[in-house]
Design a binder for this molecule. Sequence first.
Ligand SMILES: [Zn+2]
Length: 65
Amino acid sequence: MSDNQPQLTPTELREWQQSLEEANRHNIFCHCRECNYEWVASKPEACVCGSKSMEYISCWQFPDG
Ligand SMILES: [Zn+2]
């Protein structure tokens, strides 16, 4: 074992895992009903086409498989 290798402390590791969970929780699949543009955002956003006819689906709601 070398001391030169950067290693995550348990605290850093937990923060990293929490940030991953946060990202999962806040990833929102956005779908524009006007132009059918689709993207993933951290919060509900308006479409680039200016339409407000949007569909928002939280990524965690997608079933596995
Ligand atoms: Zn659009």
